[in-house]
Design a binder for this molecule. Structure first.
Ligand code: DGT
Ligand code: CA
Ligand code: CA
Ligand code: ZN
Length: 605
């Protein structure tokens, strides 16, 4: 965390505490200042060293806030913040993670009931105490009960979009150390799970200490949790990062083991056992000649009678190096020695991939390089920050063959006049035409229409018919029950003008769960109507998720991998979408925007 981030976080905490104690206006001022400090290009400690005036030159940072920033940089504390913390000793971040609970609610519930953390909040709601507090009702209490466990989980897991860049940074840093022969990420992050518990890194090296030392010296490491001989853990940007160091000839087996998932590993280990082999983090061993006595000396699980072992034995591997080693240096070699195809990490969830790899029928998964364009992007015509030509040019620079502009239409969930009405869409058509003359790749004029609570669209048919492509997405009424959500989405994909069902559940990872439709029913309707199901690659969404994609692919529906970019930089989100599609077993052939320009055109006919 940079000092700018750190200072911004303190200012935000200040804002929350002020708001919780009933202060008006000031919280907004602190939040705006926090945002600008966070985005400010110069290090805040340098400005603070030059004095309050320099700090106050940051936009929206007034004298009073500048003084507090200098105080913090100089002393590590803000006296007034400490006083507020003492007045309201609560886990603000944890409590406000509950959807619908803001700082004001936290303040009221602390005053009335002494609620200070998530456990106490849940207990108070379960006891029916919250609806008795003035200003609260049964509905609020039920909302808290419904959302508290989601909030608890959110606090513990990091979004892939935050963890992956951190892991990439660590990878690049470690790859640069002399003693490191190879380095890889493993764990859930290598499987591209939407959220991750911790980041796991694996290094192959003959050395140990210099690597542990380099790792704890990593610039992003805020604290060392543990530093042993073969492993170490640090905290970076609030996330735990685990490092293990193994000998180069065991790297493949360790990579296989620490990539998980546990369920996948159990299934693979059972296959090894069936073949008289033993698989653990050190390698794949032929144990058919190992006698019981020698084995007992080593370990009491699995081993000599392994060939007859059941899942119970396999769940806890025999973690010795006994037997003749048949594979372990490369991960590919481990799978090969088990007569399996290499299993891409995204598939390792024990959902049939072990059987498919053994039968040689794993699908050739879509790759990052397969995308030929983006079908869902925004410009400054709605809430994007860049012009039509700027966005299309950025797409061309990425090597794409075409670009789709799909700004928001008006409708439910569009606040502050963000969306385009029918007249504005027509006006935009002329602007798109103009941009076509300035950019070398074809630009399609699309729209992101809103799906009403009952599945209708908020833009009229005539306007939709004139557009090149229609993405339809839910933005409001996301708390619907399963039946209503399913009917709504099925109706939307059946709409004759809808080409792509955008971020189908509307979930925001760690923020709101979104709709929970019957994905098979939606997938079948999409296949029957020739409507693509979007994997929205924004790491806050990853929607549809792997499971939904799998249902879509199995139903024969088409997938669209879109970034929903609001800036050229956000086009980089594509990789999260591709790997999410891979988690759903999608091939390039399943992906609409992996098709050529002509392929896309014929789909849209
Ligand atoms: P996470 O961090 O909660 O998102 O999930 P993972 O899958 O990264 O889990 P983690 O970090 O606890 O461990 C990384 C991988 O290492 C895990 O996927 C499988 C493997 N692993 C670690 N400890 C064990 C164990 O005790 N038994 C087995 N079978 N596998 C383990
Ligand atoms: Ca992990
Ligand atoms: Ca771990
Ligand atoms: Zn949207």
């Amino acid at each position: 965390m940079s000092r700018n981030d750190e200072v911004a976080t303190r200012l935000e905490e200040f804002a929350d505490l002020l708001e919780a104690t009933g202060v008006e206006y000031k919280p907004t001022a602190y939040r705006r200042a926090a945002e600008n400090v966070r985005d400010h290009p110069e290090p805040i400690e340098g400005l603070a060293a030059d004095g309050e005036e320099s700090v106050a030159e940051i936009d929206r940072v007034g004298d009073a806030i500048a003084a507090k920033i200098v105080e913090y940089v100089e002393t590590g504390e803000i006296e007034e913040l400490d006083e507020l913390r003492a007045e309201l000793p609560v886990d603000m971040a944890g409590l406000t993670a509950v959807e619908g609970v803001g700082p004001k609610t936290v303040g009221s519930l602390y005053d009335a009931l002494g609620v200070s953390d998530l456990d106490e909040l849940e207990a108070a709601a379960e006891a029916g105490e919250i609806q008795e507090v003035s200003g609260f009702g049964a509905k609020t209490e039920q909302n808290i009960l419904d959302n508290v466990s989601f909030a608890r989980e959110s606090r513990e897991r990091t979004r892939l979009g935050d963890a992956r860049p951190l892991a990439d940074d660590a990878l690049a840093y470690l790859a640069d150390r002399d003693a490191v022969e190879s380095v890889e990420v493993c764990g859930s992050i290598r499987r591209w799970k939407p959220t991750i518990g911790d980041v796991d890194l694996l290094v192959a090296s003959e050395a140990r200490e210099p690597i542990v030392e380099a790792f704890t010296d990593w610039e992003e490491a805020d604290a060392t949790i543990e530093a042993g001989t073969g492993k170490a853990s640090v905290r970076a940007d609030g996330t735990r990062v685990d490092l293990r160091i193994v000998d180069p000839d065991e790297f493949g087996a360790a990579l296989q083991y620490f990539t998980g998932s546990r369920a996948h590993n159990v299934a693979v280990r059972n296959r090894a056992i069936d073949r008289g082999l033993k698989l653990n983090e050190y390698g794949l061993f032929d144990v058919s000649d190992v006698d019981e006595a020698a084995d007992d000396a080593g370990n009491d699980a699995g081993g000599g009678d392994a060939a007859g072992g059941d899942e119970g034995d396999a769940a806890e591997p025999d973690s010795t190096r006994t037997g003749e080693r048949v594979a372990g240096e490369s991960e590919d070699g481990v799978y090969r020695a088990l007569d399996m195809e290499f299993v891409p990490p995204e598939l390792r969830e024990d959902r049939g991939e072990v059987e498919a790899a053994a039968d040689g029928r794993l699908p050739p998964l879509v790759d990052e390089g397969d995308l030929r364009g983006d079908l869902h992007t925004h410009t400054d015509w709605s809430d994007g920050g860049f012009s039509i030509a700027e966005m299309a040019r950025a797409a061309a620079e990425r090597g794409y063959d075409y670009h789709v502009v799909s700004d928001h239409a008006t409708g439910p969930g569009m606040l502050g006049g963000v969306g385009l009405d029918e007249a504005a869409i027509e006006e935009q058509a002329a602007a798109i035409d103009e941009a076509r003359g300035e950019v070398e790749i074809p630009i399609f004029h699309g729209i992101e229409a809103n799906i009403d609570a009952d599945g209708g669209l908020s833009t009229d048919d005539e306007t939709l018919a004139a557009l090149d492509l229609v993405v339809a997405s839910p933005h409001a009424a996301l708390g619907q029950d399963r039946e209503a959500a399913t009917e709504r989405l099925v109706r939307a994909v059946e709409h004759p003008h809808v080409d792509v069902l955008g971020h189908p559940t509307g979930r925001l990872i760690n923020e709101r769960p979104g709709l929970d439709p019957d994905v098979e029913a939606v997938a079948e309707a999409a296949a029957a109507n020739g409507t693509a199901i979007e994997v929205n690659a924004n790491p806050a969404r990853l929607d549809a998720d792997g499971e939904f994609v799998r249902a879509a692919v199995e139903a024969g529906a088409t997938i669209a991998v879109d970034t929903d970019a609001h800036s050229p930089r956000e086009l980089d989100y594509a990789r999260y979408g591709v790997h999410t599609a891979r988690r759903g077993w999608a091939r390039a052939a399943d992906v609409l925007n992996a098709r050529s320009l002509n392929g896309l055109r014929s789909f849209l006919l």
